[in-house]
Design a protein around this ligand. Structure first.
Ligand code: MLT
Length: 240
């Protein structure tokens, strides 16, 4: 198995290379954690798009009764949208059976950057072991892409990528074809996992959420293996 980590979407290989790869998209604070939460609570599917305009257009086509518009800019719910991007909002009462149209600053933009890939999975700390189990089945070429923050490195995403790498190693017992980035991510996970919630609170994204009174989201997203689900992209939708 060849394992690489892109610490930002800007480090991804070109589409012609991605076509042969499985890509795992990671945005711990908070987009992929929220996707995992929504699907675990029986949302029908998530159409993830990069812009607010596209989200509104798709929702109008589906009809607002069938779809929920969700997402944030600067971590705050977009005006006129039904839900923001807090996993705690995506309860079964709100999302079960509903189609979500989601746009977030970094997470859905990272998803838009990997559409050429052979297979796309969604990971967060909430479902990291389930994703490792699925990846371990095939001996293939895998890139873990961190959404980062506006083109820059985000420690919480790197820790999640490293945790996934370590879980793969635990299952497969080899790391011959790991890139330098995969080895570095694994070291970050070893260093920070024992105090992961405290570490998430110290990151730029964690500090921003706490300033907005959203510290409970950071605590929630720091939970390891809370769900045994593996969201994946099928027909341009994130589904279970
Ligand atoms: C993003 O996609 O940029 C994030 O999920 C931001 C957030 O915490 O809402």
């Amino acid at each position: 198995m060849r394992l690489d980590v892109a610490f930002t979407p800007g480090e991804l290989p070109p589409p012609a290379v991605l076509v042969d790869q499985t890509v795992v998209v990671i945005d711990v604070l908070r987009a992929t954690s929220t996707m995992v939460e929504a699907l675990a609570n029986d949302a029908r599917g998530i159409t993830a798009v990069a812009t607010t305009e596209e989200a509104v257009r798709i929702a109008q086509n589906i009809g607002r009764d069938g779809a929920l518009l969700t997402g944030e800019r600067k971590c705050v719910r977009i005006e006129g949208f039904d839900l923001g991007n807090s996993p705690l909002e995506f309860t079964a009462e709100r999302v079960a059976g509903r189609q979500l149209i989601m746009t977030t600053t970094n997470g859905t933009a990272a998803l838009a950057a990997v559409t050429a890939s052979r297979r796309v999975l969604i990971a967060s700390l909430l479902n990291v072991d389930a994703v490792a189990r699925e990846l371990a089945v095939d001996d293939e070429s895998i890139t873990l892409v961190c959404a980062g923050r506006e083109g820059r490195f985000a420690l919480e995403d790197a820790i999640c990528a490293g945790t996934l790498a370590l879980r793969l190693y635990r299952r497969l017992g080899r790391r011959r074809n790991w890139s330098d980035a995969a080895l570095a991510a694994a070291q970050l996970a070893r260093r920070y996992l024992p105090s992961v919630e405290r570490t998430l609170r110290r990151t730029a994204a964690g500090r921003q959420l706490m300033e907005l009174g959203l510290g409970a989201d950071v605590t929630y997203c720091a939970q390891l293996d809370h769900y045994d689900v593996v969201p994946k992209v099928r027909d341009r939708q994130v589904v279970l």
